[in-house]
Design a protein around this ligand. Structure first.
Ligand code: PRX
Length: 630
């Protein structure tokens, strides 16, 4: 696929995508390997919603990620795997080796009865086998559901049950920094509640002692010995589901966002090549985890579709010391580096001595994703990592969008700290006011919507199409609503200001405040809780929980600990509140709704200017909360 190579070409392409979106995307799609071509490019209606791309087209995404590179690039390295411990051996996997390993494991899945359309859950650390298992699912047309390995047994069970997965793939354990986590034990706790799982396939990573249930649990290394390393890919329809990935919303349980094969494939490669301006011999590294959408699109699919060489890292940025990222950049001569603002801020706190120790001159492009990047972190990244000659691409997108929608194109679009800048060709953003009217012109602010479909957009919420319609397409009829607030400056550049709903973004992890509240409320002495986000120096947003305890609850410090443990058990340690304030009441309207706006202000340290409090049932509650705020 040819990439855009100048700003005037970007403008040209953007115009073409507006004038004739179908022709525009048909041209991009035609660079892939289809078993049979589509008969219609697009069918859409944001009311139902129905979104279909490349209708009638037949393909398998793994043929495009692997098989099509074999002839000319079979010996090219696909994955450069760097283990958690720098003293352990790294691993190189070429395209032809990856092809074999994917086919082999796909055969294992078939041996375990997996069929096209089945849901398969992956609960694994960042090891090459996670990529292999993901692609093996896609090879046989099974729908993968990757669950981030930091989630608790309860969260894992909820996700397995929501989509009735019949196979779970996991490991004995995992390494993260100086910690060793027994993933199989967590999986076992989850599986007690999962009736649909028939096989659990376990890759040996740590070699620790684990229990294996006969007839359910199987070792990866035993199973691959029983199969061949070749398998013709299953033919998929362009609109057959490729994967489900759970993400949080303002209410209810996490939603299983569904992406389908054809459109996702086209947009993953298109956005990867253009945003990062990927060149044939570049070394690319995205530090995300495959458990999140960034890992799906920009560790697995985008880079492999483009035939690139990527670094995959098992560990954490601060182990064995805070120079680890930069050491890896030097070791592999990384050209394109993609990380999250929270990681930049965390490393910034250790000063410049670590990056100074390493030769970072190979870097050309620095990416940022997951949350707004603050100006200070942007400049630090630019100066100390990019040596002021890299292009910083602040990429805005979401689990639901499947790929980057608003971002500079590296070294092409003028960058501006804290701005995601301009939409990619094919993307039609708009800002709307509270009445849902579109705000025209520049120098304006509103809620960010997208008014025309793009190939990798969400198709549905697995098992709940009505929820998909209500959450994304009903608030501003005729438009996809992102949940983000946004400014458009006088140059027409977009700056994402953060969520306008009850979703918080903690260290780039998206969480529903209701989800954290539900976790807290599981503690038997908690009567009610309200959770809000507040500005946090490293995490972007921290979690502030206001909690009402049962009367006469004593030993508040002990309770604080217990509540934290409850949240870790219910969700995972990423959802642990940073601050807990025990209160005797919460500010509620007469209809019983908690006024989070007020709680947010108090959490931010604001004690006056709380806005209109006249609708509160008991305004005195606020004075109490302010008096005791932390
Ligand atoms: O609020 C926006 C924020 O992350 C949300 C999406 O989270 P998730 O689905 O987990 O996907 C994260 C990785 C794509 C968005 O609604 N967000 C993401 N990227 C940016 C951002 N906020 C500001 N600037 C960004 N570059």
């Amino acid at each position: 696929m040819k990439k855009i190579d100048s700003f005037s070409e970007y403008k040209n392409e953007y115009k073409k995508s507006l004038d004739n979106p179908e022709l525009f995307w048909a041209e991009k799609a035609s660079t892939f390997q289809w078993r049979s071509k589509w008969n219609k490019v697009l069918n859409w209606d944001f009311e139902s919603p129905i979104i279909e791309w490349f209708i009638g087209g037949k393909l398998n995404i793994t043929e495009n990620c692997l098989d099509r590179h074999l002839k000319s690039n079979g010996d090219k390295v696909a994955i450069l795997w760097e283990p958690n411990d720098p003293n352990d051996s790294s691993v190189k996997i070429t395209y032809s080796e990856l092809h074999k390993k994917v086919c082999e494991f796909a055969n294992v899945l078939l041996n375990h009865g997996a069929k096209k359309g089945d849901r398969i859950c992956l609960y694994m650390p960042m090891i090459p086998e996670l990529t292999i298992a993901t692609l093996a699912c896609a090879r046989i047309g099974a729908i993968h559901s990757v669950v981030f390995a930091g989630f608790s047994a309860k969260s894992l069970a909820d996700r397995i049950n929501d989509s009735s997965c019949n196979i779970l793939i996991t490991t004995d354990g995992s390494y993260r920094g100086n910690k060793q986590i027994c993933l199989k034990e967590i999986a076992d706790q989850a599986l007690v509640f999962c009736k649909t799982i028939e096989s659990c396939i376990v890759f040996k990573r740590t070699g620790e002692e684990i229990s294996m249930k006969s007839d359910r649990d199987f070792w990866w290394h035993d199973e691959v010995l029983k199969v061949s390393d070749f398998l013709t890919a299953t033919e998929m329809d362009s609109e057959d589901p490729l994967f489900i990935l759970y993400t949080s919303g303002s209410t209810g349980k996490p939603k299983g966002v569904q992406h389908n094969c054809g459109g996702y494939m086209v947009y993953a490669e298109y956005s990867f090549r253009n945003v990062f301006q990927y060149n044939e011999n570049d070394i690319y590294w995205c530090t995300a985890d495959i458990g999140w959408i960034t890992g799906h699109t920009y560790i697995v699919y985008g880079p492999l579709l483009s035939g690139s060489t990527s670094v995959m890292f098992e560990g954490v940025p601060t182990f064995p010391d805070p120079g680890r990222f930069w050491e890896i950049c030097e070791k592999y001569r990384v050209n394109i580096f993609y990380t999250a603002p929270t990681a930049i801020r965390a490393l910034q706190a250790y000063g410049t001595s670590y990056p100074k120790k390493y030769n970072l001159s190979s870097l050309k492009t620095l990416g940022s994703v997951g949350e707004p990047i603050n100006e200070e972190a942007w400049h630090w990244y630019n100066k100390n990592i990019g040596n002021e000659n890299c292009s910083i691409v602040d990429t805005w997108w979401q689990t639901e969008t499947g790929g980057i929608l608003i971002s500079p194109l590296s070294h092409i679009t003028k960058t501006k700290p804290t701005y995601a800048t301009l939409p990619l060709p094919g993307i039609q953003p708009c800002l709307v006011d509270e009445n849902g009217d579109e705000i025209s012109g520049n120098g304006v602010e509103g809620n960010l919507c997208i008014k025309f479909p793009w190939p990798s957009m969400i198709r549905t919420i697995y098992g709940d199409h009505k929820r998909c319609k209500n959450v994304y397409f009903s608030i501003y009829p005729g438009k996809y609503f992102t949940g983000d607030g946004c400014k458009r400056d006088n140059d027409g550049f977009y700056r994402i200001t953060g969520r306008v709903d009850d979703v918080i973004n903690v260290s780039g992890h998206r969480m529903g405040t209701a989800e954290v509240e539900n976790g807290i409320n599981e503690h038997p002495l908690v009567i009610e809780s309200a959770v809000v986000g507040y500005p946090h120096k490293i995490k972007g947003q921290g979690i502030y929980a206001y909690i009402i305890l049962e009367k006469n609850s004593t030993s508040v410090d002990e309770l604080r600990m217990q509540i934290l443990e409850t949240v870790v058990k219910e969700i995972g340690s990423i959802a642990k509140p940073d601050k807990i304030q025990f209160v005797t009441g919460l500010p509620k309207t007469r209809s019983g709704k908690i006024m989070r706006r007020i709680l947010r202000k108090i959490a931010e340290g604001e004690t006056s200017n709380l806005g209109d409090t006249s609708t509160l049932l008991d305004p005195l509650v606020i004075d109490q909360i302010i008096k005791n705020s932390t």
